[in-house]
Design a protein around this ligand. Sequence first.
Ligand SMILES: *Cc1c(COP(=O)(O)O)cnc(C)c1O
Length: 465
Amino acid sequence: MFQPKTIIEPFRVKVVEPLPQHPRSVRAEALKDARFNIFAVPAEKVTIDLMTDSGTSAMSQEQWAAVMRGDESYAGARSFFSFKKTVQDLTGMGHIIPVHQGRAAEKILFSIMGGEGKVIPANTHFDTTRANVEFSGAEALDFVIEEGLDPSIEHPFKGNVDIQKLTAWLEKNHERVPLMVLTVTNNSGGGQPVSLENIRQTREVLQRWDIPLFLDSARFAENAWFIKMREEGQAGRTPREIAQEMFRLCDGAMMSAKKDGFGNIGGFLAINHDEIAGECRNLLILTEGFPTYGGLAGRDLEALAVGLEEVLDEHYLDYRISSTAYVWHHLDRLGVPLLRPAGGHAVYLDGRAFLSHLDPAELPGQAVSIALFLEGGIRVCEIGTVMFGSTREDGLQNASPMDLVRLAIPRRVYTQSHMDYVVEAVAYVFDKRKELGGLRIVEESSALRHFTCAFEPIGWDPLKA
Ligand SMILES: *Cc1c(COP(=O)(O)O)cnc(C)c1O
């Protein structure tokens, strides 16, 4: 029997979008105008956009057909009920509240459950989650296992919570904890999964003090696939069964459906608590819209209902996780320092090891990022000191624990030859890494500074060819 080694894209192409290709000089001009912040570079100047896998998925023919079925009634639209049914099947939660994207769910939840004096533990908070926790006046604390903080260590579930550390901390601080968050997969920690066993153990610990557990479930399907592949006793289950169990071990979930929902916009808040859900709905009406559309059009809700089913297809998940690993293995073979092992939605370069001649305060992750754009037209995202560090009073930087450079792979968008091009471009920049210098931040906002800050090279000219 023919047993192919090649894992093929489980789709063929029906609509094409041209890919911008420009000379380096055009990109140098764009980067200068953007003051070296690639968030400020127009997408038209980018050839392969790996900045994020958020909202960048290609929708399927079934999703586009569902768009046509969208019911745009203000209240009680048919589209809400198909969305609700899908999300309820998946999560088992009593209350399903649509929101326009993940951070809207965070804002609503933490406005109600956060606040001054509270502490929200997590494996690792994602950047918008942390920002919304802190904006409410509460503190965001991470309890990811130690292996999760070292890019060079191999571990099957690097997103896991350090149960001992969490327990010891809760014994002293549980009164200040209104809920805990588990991010699956752990985006800021390298797209690394959390095991079912670890979700169970986390829940058990929290139950001692009746603390609810919320899943930050943007990549629940990718996490379920890793569980199927790596966790003992799980190989025979479907990704859907595993995902359903993940959600059922929790009391609530926030979801950015711009990731594993295959949506270009959308999200939800799912809650198993009548009173909290009621308060969330009241706030939703104030900020997002009526509870049956929550800031989305009926057609968005329809497309998400289809996407949330499609994402659990085994052929898709096999292709998805394998194609990320494909990029990872090629770069690893070239000796490029990487966060190990490959993540689900992204490959993370270890920017600090990549530019080991720079100090973390010189923003090595940012330096790698601008080099990839300049040389290859590849746009990536720094997840390090720019994103999570801060400027001290003396003007120096508080460095973050890691300086990662994330190559996030949009779902169903790029082909294998695009990825071969990416590997080639990273290899080129890696070969000339000694020529790269550092950067400093010359302008920044008080929250989520990485989106808008401006940089200046320190004593070198990155634009020079
Ligand atoms: C993207 C993301 C969010 C925020 O969602 P948005 O839709 O971008 O607002 C929250 N948590 C995680 C883990 C994410 O990946």
